[in-house]
Design a protein around this ligand. Structure first.
Ligand code: HEM
Ligand SMILES: *[C@@H]1O[C@H](CO)[C@@H](O)[C@H](O)[C@H]1NC(C)=O
Ligand SMILES: *[C@@H]1O[C@H](CO)[C@@H](O)[C@H](O)[C@H]1NC(C)=O
Length: 340
């Protein structure tokens, strides 16, 4: 069996990574493990003992009202961490900030974070960072749609700067796999993290805008030719769905996971096998020889996706965090830096 050595490597990698995430002992043994030097779990145990209950209650309320907010929170956390680290820079709302960038146009969920923050400030003023709130809310949102639970590390501080040009570096779905691998690598995330975190697209939606080129793009002979190819029936569905261009209408969104859009599962990867990947970057995970073996492994054993997703999320949540004595601040209002 040709894929055996690869599979074995993957499983060993995953097991060692999971072990080091939950136990500092394994982390020491692993030496160069990317999960070294993580923030503590108990950062707020004294200063804000009920933090996780407050966050969980609020996220539950919001997602019960509108389940699509769960996916939006997950994406918001990614966009925060992917540029300048997990420092809530995406939440700052001023002219020229990340939030005002072109790439942030369809980000949602800000009101959930503001609501949690207001509650936390009432009980424990100036104690908990917006970056930590967003990280924990993302974990809770993932669990609510059926995803895995993991322990959240705390102690991130909030940035005092945010620039739109940074936000525009986040991948938008038309990159090559090489570009994505490099983007992830430069943030300490490997190719397994890339494939596994892309599985976040098992929930959530895209604006028709983002896929116009893929669904309606014509080749020299005037025929639509999505690259990589899309299943004929699915393409037909997409062309109808994205025909009208009324901005902001519900019909102008398409599920990223064509088969089980409201459940956090590994079906997203099986879709790729059937040429039902919506974003070309997603479909390319299956057509590129560097990532296809990983996709195949996740299709064969969905429990690997479940176990690796949270490990990769922990890595994502620890990118370039501000945690030193004089780094960052605890914002009292997530949309604006403290004035002092
Ligand atoms: C690998 C590179 C990635 C690319 C190229 C990419 C691209 C995109 C695009 C184009 C959308 C649709 C945006 C819109 O039109 O509104 C989207 C949505 C989404 N992305 Fe990604 N993404 C990537 C990685 C990630 C990662 C790492 C996560 C989280 C761990 C993530 C989570 C999401 C979620 C949950 C949505 C749905 C948001 C919603 O429904 O509001 N993405 N992504
Ligand atoms: C254009 O697309 C059609 C339909 O997908 C295909 O049959 C044809 O070969 C394509 N032509 C070129 C030049 O790519
Ligand atoms: C946070 O700041 C924004 C922008 O100045 C303001 O509109 C909002 O009311 C503030 N929120 C709270 C809870 O003070």
């Amino acid at each position: 069996m040709k894929s055996f050595p690869f599979l074995l490597t993957l499983v060993v990698l995953i097991i060692s990574a999971s072990a080091s995430a939950s136990s500092p002992l394994f982390s020491t043994l692993a030496g160069t493990s990317p999960l070294d030097n993580l923030l503590p779990f108990n950062y707020y145990h004294q200063s804000c003992p009920t933090l996780e209950e407050i966050i969980n209650k609020k996220v539950k309320e919001w997602v019960a009202k509108d389940y699509t907010l769960a996916a939006s929170l997950l994406r918001l956390h990614f966009h925060d961490c992917a540029v300048t680290g997990c420092d809530a820079s995406i939440l700052l709302n001023h002219e020229g900030s990340e939030r005002r960038a072109e790439a942030s146009k369809t980000l949602r969920g800000f009101q959930v974070i503001d609501d949690i923050k207001a509650e936390v400030e009432k009980l424990y003023p100036a104690t908990v960072s917006c970056a930590d709130i967003l990280t924990a809310a993302t974990r809770d949102a993932t669990v609510l749609l059926g995803g895995p639970y993991w322990m959240v590390h705390y102690g991130r501080k909030d940035s005092r700067v945010s620039n739109a040009k940074d936000a525009d570096m986040v991948p938008h779905g038309r990159e090559s796999i090489t570009t994505l691998i490099e983007f992830f690598q430069s943030r300490g995330l490997n190719v397994i993290d890339l494939v596994v975190l892309s599985g976040a697209h098992t929930i959530g939606r895209t604006a028709c805008d983002s896929i116009q080129h893929r669904v309606h793009g014509l080749n020299g002979t005037g025929m639509p030719t999505p690259n990589p190819p899309i299943d004929d029936h699915y393409l037909d569905f997409l062309q109808r769905k994205c025909r009208s261009c009324a901005p902001d209408s519900e019909s102008n969104y398409v599920d990223l996971d064509a088969t089980t859009p409201t459940t956090f599962d590994a079906q997203f990867y099986a879709n790729l096998q059937k040429k039902m990947g919506l974003l070309s970057t997603d479909q390319m995970l299956y057509s590129d020889s560097r990532t296809r073996p990983i996709v195949n492994t996740l299709i064969q054993d969905p429990s690997i996706f479940r176990n690796q997703f949270w490990v990769s999320m922990v890595k994502l949540g620890n990118i370039q965090v501000l945690s030193g004595q004089n780094e960052g601040e605890i914002r009292t209002n997530c949309s604006v830096v403290n004035s002092y």
